[in-house]
Structures are given as C-alpha cells and as structure tokens.
Design a protein around this ligand. Structure first.
Ligand SMILES: [Zn+2]
Length: 234
C-alpha cells in the first residue's frame, strides 16, 4: 500500500472518530476504529484517548495477531473483537465500535432490531441481532461476535454497545450512524404504540436492490412480519 493510501486511511479514522464523538455515539475515551492496511497489517485507534480529538500520528499499526508493529501508543483493548471480525469477513476493510445511546438501550433491554420497518435499513444493514454479553477486553466478546458476524454488518453487544463493519472506514461509520438512527426511529414508533412492518414481498424486493447499490453484505434476512409478533414488545 502506498504512503498516500495509508495517509488517507489515517485521516479517515481521525474524521470518523470526530463524527462519532460529535454525534454522541461515544463518550469520554469510548469506542475504537480499525482498518486494513494490507494482508499483514491493520491500523487501530489508540487506547485511553478520546476518539473526538485524535491526530493521524496517534494510530497504532498491528498485525493480524494483535502484535504491535509501530506507533508510540498501545492499541485499544477491544482489538481482539476487531481481529475476529477480519478473520471471518475477508470482504470488509474497516470496523467501528461505539456506544450509541439508543441502540445500546435496546442492547440493554435485550430487544434486537430485527423488524423490517425501514426500506433503507433493509438494503444497507438487514436485521440487527444482539451478540450475547461478554466482559469487555476478554475473549468472551470476540466469541459472542463470531456467531453473527458472517451474516451481519452491524450488531448490538448486550449491555455494552454496538459494532459495524464495512468496505471503508467511512462506510463502517455510516452503518453505525444508520444503526443508531434506526434505533431512535424504532423507539419512537414503539412509544407511539404501533409498527407497521414491510411485507415479505417488499423485503425481498429491497434485498434484491442491494447489488444495484453496490452493497456486498451477505444478505441477512429481516424478520418476517408474522415472526415479529413473537418479538418482545416494548
Ligand atoms: Zn465498548
């Protein structure tokens, strides 16, 4: 990879961190972002730094076993979760982990975002499951994420937050924004007492449009309207 391309990735990570913080999707030093540099190296945000105030030189370069190659700081303690995602998804190049408040509220309540209610979300993310709780920074979290990551580009982490992946840093960031936006809309609809679901035919039509938008996610299927009746109701 050229120096120029690496510079762009560092700049994109700084910008993604700034937006995560500005939009309130992380607080304090929360969250972490990684991206592939090549098939040997990843670039990762440093630990104990606010993601809203990073500079390109703060990043840490690591290998796919999590060993540091270069950088003055240490990579995030959630790096093993990111590594697990790269191992299972050769098609993606970036991972974003944040604590978006409304989506994390669903993760705390144990309510997955699996209902087909928004056309945009069906085409970009599909259904959003909840990975079982794992103590942060331990092997439990990568294990919980492994179960869903092959079929989902975004998921909630029980009693913790959310993680998304994408073809670029900005693509993974946008999925995190969409996930939180979807959670907020779902919360309002549930407070209003009604969610009109898209029909199965419409969901299939939307999933068929993914290729047209250049979305290469492995086609997670949204909950059937009938199945959604069995969901927990707020
Ligand atoms: Zn976290």
């Amino acid at each position: 990879m050229s120096t120029r391309a690496e510079e762009q990735i560092r700049a994109d990570i700084v910008e993604a961190g700034r937006r995560l913080y500005a939009r309130g999707l992380v607080a304090s030093n929360d969250g972490n972002i990684t991206a592939r540099l090549d098939d040997q190296r990843l670039i990762a945000t440093p630990k104990s730094v606010s993601k809203g105030f990073m500079s390109p030189d703060m990043m840490v370069v690591v290998d796919y076993n999590g060993q540091k190659i270069s950088g003055d700081r240490d990579a995030s303690s959630e790096l093993p979760m990111h590594l697990e995602i790269y191992r299972n998804r050769p098609d993606i190049n970036a991972v974003v982990h944040a604590h978006p408040p409304t989506a994390t509220g669903f993760a705390v309540a144990g309510i997955p975002l699996t209902r087909a209610v928004l056309a945009e979300v069906v085409t970009t993310l599909g259904s959003i499951p909840i990975a079982e709780y794992g103590t942060p920074s331990t092997a439990e979290l990568p294990e919980a994420v492994r179960k869903y990551i092959k079929a989902h580009d975004g998921m909630l982490l029980a009693n913790h937050g959310a993680v998304t992946c994408g073809t670029t840093v900005i693509n993974a960031l946008f999925k995190m924004e969409t996930l939180e936006h979807f959670a907020r809309i779902s919360l309002v609809a549930r407070l209003l007492g009604r969610e009109n679901l898209l029909s199965r035919e419409e969901v299939e039509k939307l999933q068929g449009l993914r290729g047209m938008y250049g979305i290469a996610s492995p086609a997670p299927v949204c909950a059937d309207p009938a199945e959604a009746e069995l969901d927990q109701v707020l």
